[in-house]
Ligand binder design. Structure first.
Ligand code: NDP
Length: 330
């Protein structure tokens, strides 16, 4: 199979030279395994962290070895009683065209509910992150005013729409271009701004008005988190989901400088990983399927063609070229 390997560890922003397209023989299937022809693979911001040689919540990628990550594909051969040829499954051996996967590590994708790609996005890990981050981590309740950064991205766009669907008093999003801001308003956000247009705190204060915000869903960190801390109401909650403004940093980043706000305002800042939220997967899947079916929640996809373009898709994701979920079609 063709696969993408990590050729070297990026320092700062990744470049083409950090990746290598290679060919690898497929091992024969053992009992319990399936052969999957990948249809789509996911590129995700967290993969940037795994390219560094540091101990973290997920092991670093090895130099000279294929990368991995979420993928959805069709079973083309099976020695597992759990999956048969023709089934569509989600698994974690992306960055290659064909994958030999343990049957127990593959989950059926309900393609009667949505196209296969949705199981990497709105109906997959991305959707579960948005749903649980907002409802379980930030403990959103109806009437809350919500601010989400990275709002035109895969997770952020779902967070805003879920908040609206569940009775938010106001949903505010920030994103990196005028087109993304326009898209957020189409998706039902009450207000949106381009963070390049001026200090985030000023734009957020204006968008929130005197009512302030009760929940901040943080995908970005840095200046965005600092602004949210300034604007949050007493008793406000922050779901710390990501800090993409820092993923390529080679130096520690100073913001937020106002963490002390958390004391006087009695704020809750709670970090989370979607992997720790799996107990809510069934509840999430049922709710999200309903919202997609009745049009309450819509999702965008940015699709790049071909495995050979996966490194570029990943680099473009970090640069904000995507609206909604960034995917590679294999
Ligand atoms: P997105 O679809 O949101 O893509 C990333 C986006 O980040 C880009 O499109 C870009 O949009 C934005 N961005 C890049 N650099 C900056 C910057 N310096 N400042 C502000 N925005 C920037 O990705 P995901 O939806 O997959 O992930 C969103 C966040 O959620 C990430 O931080 C990710 O690590 C995190 N995450 C965390 C999980 C968890 O378990 N805790 C699980 C999944 C995701 P723009 O044009 O607006 O700049």
């Amino acid at each position: 199979t063709r696969e993408i390997r990590l050729a070297s560890r990026p320092v700062g922003r990744p470049t083409n030279g950090n990746f290598e397209l290679a060919e690898s023989p497929l091992p024969a299937l053992e009992d319990g395994q399936i052969l999957v022809h990948n249809l789509f693979m996911s590129v995700d911001p967290y993969m940037r962290g795994r390219m560094n040689d540091v101990k973290s919540y997920s092991a670093p990628f090895a130099v000279g070895k294929a990368l991995d990550g979420g993928a959805v594909g069709e079973v083309v051969a099976s020695r597992s009683s759990a999956h048969k040829e023709g089934d569509v499954v989600v698994h974690s051996l992306g960055w290659r065209e064909y994958a030999v996967v343990d049957g127990s590590a593959a989950t059926p994708a309900r393609t009667d509910l949505a196209p296969a790609s949705a199981f990497l996005g709105a109906l997959g890990m991305t959707g579960l992150t948005a749903y649980t981050g907002l409802l379980k981590v930030a403990e959103f309740k109806p009437g809350d005013a919500v601010f989400v950064s990275g709002a035109a991205g895969a997770v952020g766009s779902l967070v805003g729409q879920i908040a609206k669907a569940m009775g938010a008093s106001r949903v505010i999003g920030s994103a990196g271009s005028p087109a993304k801001v326009a898209r957020l308003l189409e998706l039902g956000f009450d207000a949106a701004f381009d963070y390049h247009d001026g200090p985030v705190v000023e734009q957020l204060e204006k968008a929130a008005g005197p009512a302030g915000i009760d929940v901040y869903f943080d995908n970005v960190g840095g200046e965005h988190l600092e602004a949210a801390l300034a604007v949050l109401n007493v008793g406000g909650r922050v779901a710390m989901c990501g800090a993409i403004a820092q993923y390529n940093s080679t130096e520690p980043t100073p913001a937020p400088n106002n963490l002390m706000q958390a004391i006087g305002k009695q704020l809750t800042l709670r970090g989370f990983l979607v992997g720790g939220q799996r107990q809510h997967a069934a509840e999430f899947a049922e709710k999200m399927a309903g919202w997609l079916a009745d049009g309450t929640v819509r999702y965008d996809e940015t699709i790049v063609e071909g495995l050979e373009n996966a490194p570029q898709a990943f680099m473009d994701l970090l640069d904000g070229a995507n609206t909604g979920k960034m995917l590679v079609r294999l």
